[in-house]
Design a protein around this ligand. Structure first.
Ligand code: NAP
Length: 345
């Protein structure tokens, strides 16, 4: 019997990690996978086991556990906290051991984000700087102080050392409700970050908000399309060791862009339809709001990119800006039903 592919997934109870885990559970080669997940909630761990997944109870600060788990893995999906440098180093240390034991190069698919590209626009202007994931010198020209960059640099360098093949997926602003069996059982978080945050803030202030005049641009991607990219890359990298990795292994997840104003106005329209606001027109966040809720400033930056490397691998995202805008009301309704819309951020 052929040896199984040992997969370690970190972030299984999350929005994106849960969506990727579901893809692995329904993968045509599922029978040849042994899947382990690191989870900190014991109740959710028990539920995950009913799906045939092995669980390791622990958090990203349990560095010894993380290193040990990675040392048994052929493939690691890191989808928990893209800015945890110690956790990233522990995973890499485990992969180094794996290489020493087996002589093979384990695969790491790490999650970063297009937040790494942000400028200081504060909503005042768009940008004509477009980052392609094929333009490695441009990506490497990003300041090491940019958000996510400290971890990305370490992951990319490790891949160049040769003991592991490291790939970095940079999702843009992910939209869409998490759906499928893991979500129905209440194991995974159904909501992304940006749109739910704008809905919560708009709900509280009785009107949608915008950073500056909202002229800046963000890339967008649907959650299922994003998960598809993880699987396209996972399938390609297992079969072909030349799939771009290390310092060349950046993969944006993007299928179009929106201006912050467009999104804020659409949120405003939903708030009016739900009887929570009188006008759909967003008003600028106050200095106090911008300081209190860092997401509001973040949304005021530009991050424009082209996902060319994933498309060259055969990735075909289908959902567009219109799907993102159409999904705001259904998401707000789910958040109202669950009480999340009122939950302080
Ligand atoms: N959503 C987006 O639009 C977006 C865009 C670009 C990049 N990303 C990045 O993608 C990653 C996943 O995002 P997400 O939206 O899926 O977030 P999420 O729903 O909050 O999921 C985060 C997952 O990581 C786990 N986790 C976080 N900190 C942990 C810790 N210290 N120890 C153990 N587990 C920990 C969470 O476990 P618990 O369930 O126990 O909390 C959960 O399973 C993040 O790094 C995020 O920055 C997200």
């Amino acid at each position: 019997m052929a040896a199984k592919t040992n997969i370690l997934l970190i972030g299984a109870t999350g929005y994106l990690g849960g969506t990727v885990l579901q893809r692995l559970l329904s993968h045509p080669e599922r029978a040849s996978f042994s899947i382990s997940v690191l989870v900190r909630n014991t109740e959710k761990a028990k539920l995950l086991e009913t799906f045939g997944v092995e669980t390791i109870i622990g958090s990203l600060s349990d560095l010894d556990k993380l290193e040990k788990a990675a040392s048994s893995a052929d493939v690691v999906f890191a989808i928990a906290d893209c800015d945890d440098l110690n956790a990233a180093k522990a995973i890499l240390a485990g992969l180094k051991q794996r290489h020493a034991k087996t002589g093979k190069q384990p695969i790491l698919i790490h999650t970063s984000g297009t937040g790494v590209l942000v400028d200081g626009a504060q909503g005042d202007h768009a940008t004509d700087i477009v980052y392609s994931d094929l333009d490695i010198p441009l990506i490497e020209s990003l300041k090491p102080t940019q958000i996510h960059r400290p971890v990305d640099i370490v992951i990319a360098e490790a891949g160049n050392e040769g003991y592991a093949r490291t790939h970095i997926i940079l999702p843009s602003m992910i939209f869409g409700l998490g759906n499928g069996p893991l979500f129905e059982k209440g194991i995974c978080n159904r909501h992304s970050m940006a749109i739910p945050a704008l809905l919560q803030l708009g709900w509280r202030r009785g009107q949608s908000g915008v950073c500056g005049s909202g002229k800046n641009l963000w890339p967008l991607i649907d959650v299922d399309d994003t998960a598809d990219l993880y699987i396209v890359l996972f399938d390609a990298a297992r079969k072909d060791a030349s799939v771009a990795h290390g310092r060349g292994g950046y993969y944006f997840a993007e299928n179009g862009h929106f201006t912050q104003y467009e999104l804020a106005k659409a949120v405003g329209k939903v708030l009016v339809e739900l009887g929570r606001a009188k006008s759909a027109e967003p008003t600028p966040f106050t200095a106090e709001e911008l300081d209190k809720y860092p997401v509001t400033r973040f949304l005021g930056m530009n991050a424009v990119c082209k996902a060319e490397r994933p498309r060259a691998l055969g990735w075909k995202p289908t959902k567009t800006k219109q799907d993102m805008l159409d999904g705001i009301k259904p998401e707000a309704e789910v958040m109202i039903k669950s009480g999340l819309i009122e939950t302080p951020m």
